[in-house]
Design a protein around this ligand. Structure first.
Ligand code: SF4
Length: 184
């Protein structure tokens, strides 16, 4: 049987030969490199979250048990609780925010280096919860929030789930390299 010369193995079809030899345009080459770097940076960031040791009320007890051996947040790379906002990239608002505490919270948030994230843990932090009085303020009126955790108090598993959602959000961050190099 005669073999069609187009399908001869030692001679790649013309289409493939042409595609292989086409030069990659400069703009594509750049985006391929920065996209890959973006992914590497996002991967490193999402697996090394450093939360601040900071609790405001009863929700903080659940936050502490999330760190302890039973729930073991180190499985998600977020166990390095820092005592200083300058070394933290995650603030967990665990408890109600009073008017008196709001400026302190804001100051701590501003002292955290970029990039930084915030989880609002529990009904009190998010909406003043069962108290709902003049002394309290919802946390999103003081600082931006990335993930909200419902409940009073939320269980440690819920907080772990919030951290997993935050990891997903960090993973989808775009133009990271430009932001790091201050080009965005
Ligand atoms: S949400 Fe419930 S457990 Fe959390 S701080 Fe408010 S009252 Fe306490």
């Amino acid at each position: 049987m005669d073999v069609d010369p187009k399908f001869h193995l030692s001679q790649p079809p013309e289409l493939f030969a042409r595609v292989d030899q086409e030069p990659v345009p400069d703009e594509f080459a750049q985006s391929i490199v920065t996209t890959t770097l973006d992914k590497a940076i996002n991967w490193a960031r999402k697996n090394s979250i450093w939360p601040m040791s900071f609790g405001l009320a009863c929700c903080a007890i659940e936050m502490m048990s999330m760190i302890a051996s039973r729930y073991d947040i180190s499985r998600f790379g977020a166990e390095v609780m820092r005592g200083s906002p300058r070394q933290s990239d995650l603030m967990i608002i665990a408890g109600r925010v009073s008017n008196k505490m709001a400026p302190v919270l804001r100051r701590l948030y501003e002292q955290m280096p970029e990039p930084k994230w915030v989880i609002s843990m529990g009904a009190c932090a998010t909406s003043t919860g069962v108290f709902s009085n003049y002394a309290l303020v919802p946390v999103n009126q003081v600082i931006p929030v990335d993930v909200y955790v419902p409940g009073c108090p939320p269980r440690p598993e819920q907080l772990i789930y919030a951290i997993m959602l935050l990891q997903k959000k960090i993973d989808q961050e775009k133009h990271v390299v430009e932001k790091v190099l201050n080009l965005a």
